[in-house]
Write a protein that binds this ligand. Structure first.
Ligand SMILES: [Zn+2]
Length: 475
């Protein structure tokens, strides 16, 4: 037999929905994907109703109005209502652009296929959006790779945090490692105090877990004779060097390294005396602030010019390519935002408002919510939540916490405005961020920590502006 085998796993599914020309196959795969875990021995539909019921009972027993209030009490949002208001405001301010993007996409299809081209179905959206992206931006992410050799990126990252936080990162050869590729580094304060050390393990191996992450091995503590240093880990699965060429990264990889290093600094710059409240042991809707904020530097010309240099010629990213990269960043950003908001609405709706007697079938309840956030009509049997592991694969997990993704984006975009205003390498603002956020772990209510740095509560405008959604909302 001749052919290709595709699965419903993300790398296969997304590639197929983006590039496969045959609409009938896209439809078949879409329908299979949106009804996962609803048949035979793998039917989650009843189980989800039961999980929600037990979560309601547990919240009631503990004196809370609902499961979201129970989970969010010691998070930054504090209550389910507050998280819902947050999502609702973002939705209000994204909707106009969302409608406009979808009209543009439908018009794009008509331009190419004639005025009688049919309306977009859910299995068409990704496919035509990719064609539209290519037509509008002509931007190939691979073109950036030669400008991001790993060693220069890492050196640029260390230079960035040195400028900002007044710390020095230096390789410490000689420590025992589990593989010859693994490197070890020390992080030193301005006065030479060793604050922490970490391992960096960048390349894939047969026995290594996928993705990128940081881990905390030892939580250091202030001590009479100085400081007992922290110990941590940075791991990645980056394209290794081949044929004498250095490891060349994608821009996404570069952001990932900056991101994970932000988590590592949250760990290594902690000055909290109680281990359980130190470093990254903070609320879920706060933990991504130190990491995500680092990604902002990867989009600034001034920062990129520190390290983004062609591996052969040493030249900086040409301006034309840089502008393309910036423009392509916000392509269909309202759709991306609405998708995340839809999942957040479902999550909070199920854990706060859903009442089986009045609202009926839980799959249909979730489908009705998601429809408002979808660029095309969802099929009647759409059952995305049956496979929504974020909410249901562990006792709490992201249950009542899915909003945290957007929440953290608002925080990092908003907090970065202080660097923008004072210069992106402002040591003054950097040291304030270090003292008021990075050093403080969970030693205080995160909302208080945030206010101590910003002088006010988070504001949505910076995220909307960064996503190119501000003009559309005329705020
Ligand atoms: Zn993270």
């Amino acid at each position: 037999m001749k052919g290709w085998r595709f699965t419903l796993q993300a790398p296969s599914y997304i590639a197929l929905m983006t590039y496969l020309d045959d609409a009938a196959i896209r439809e078949r795969v879409y329908r299979a994907h949106s009804t996962r875990a609803t048949a035979g021995g793998h039917d989650n539909r009843q189980i989800i109703g039961r999980i929600l019921q037990l979560r309601r009972e547990r919240a009631t027993l503990l004196g809370f109005a609902n499961f979201a209030d129970l989970v969010l009490e010691d998070r930054m949002a504090h209550s389910g209502k507050h998280a819902q208001q947050f999502l609702a405001e973002l939705k209000d301010r994204t909707e106009a652009q969302f409608v406009a993007e979808n009209e543009d996409l439908a018009a794009f299809r008509r331009t190419n296929e004639g005025q009688n081209a049919s309306a977009l179905e859910p299995w068409d959206v990704g496919y035509y959006a990719e064609k539209q992206r290519q037509a509008l931006y002509d931007f190939d992410e691979e073109a950036l790779r030669p400008y991001f050799p790993l060693e220069r990126v890492v050196a640029g990252l260390f230079e960035t945090v040195q400028r900002l936080y007044g710390i020095r990162v230096a390789e410490q050869a000689g420590a025992p490692v589990w593989h010859p590729d693994v490197k070890t580094y020390g992080i030193y304060d301005q006065d030479g105090t060793l604050l922490g050390a970490f391992y960096a393990d960048w390349y894939p191996r047969e026995t290594k877990r996928g993705g990128a992450w940081m881990d905390a091995f030892i939580t250091g503590l202030p001590a009479k004779e100085g400081f007992k240093p922290h110990l941590g880990l940075m791991c990645g699965n980056l394209t290794p060097p081949v044929d004498g060429r250095p490891a060349l990264l994608t821009h996404r990889d570069v952001q990932t390294i900056f991101h994970e290093f932000g988590h590592l600094l949250h760990h290594c710059l902690s000055r909290v005396e109680v281990r359980g409240l130190a470093g990254t042991s903070v609320a879920w809707d706060f933990v991504e602030l130190p990491s995500q904020i680092m990604e902002n530097w990867c989009w600034e010309r001034e920062a990129l010019d520190l390290f983004a240099r062609h591996f052969e010629t040493g030249e900086a990213i040409p301006d034309e390519l840089f502008q393309k990269m910036k423009r392509a960043r916000n392509f269909r950003s309202a759709n991306a935002q609405m998708r995340q908001l839809g999942f957040g609405f479902i999550d909070l709706g199920l854990h706060i408002d859903y009442a089986p007697a009045e609202d009926g079938d839980v799959m249909q309840y979730a489908r009705r919510i998601l429809q408002e956030f979808s660029p095309a009509p969802l099929p009647p049997d759409h059952a995305m939540i049956a496979g929504f592991t974020h909410l249901f694969a562990s006792p709490v997990g992201y249950g009542a916490g899915y909003y945290s993704y957007k929440w953290a984006e608002v925080l990092d975009a908003d907090a970065f405005t202080r660097f923008r205003e004072s210069g992106i390498f402002s040591r003054e603002v950097g040291l304030e961020f270090r003292e008021k956020i990075l050093a403080r772990g969970d030693s205080e209510d995160p909302a208080e920590l945030y206010r101590s740095f910003m002088g006010r509560d988070p504001d949505l405008n910076a995220l909307l502006e960064r996503s190119g959604l501000l003009s559309a909302t005329s705020a």
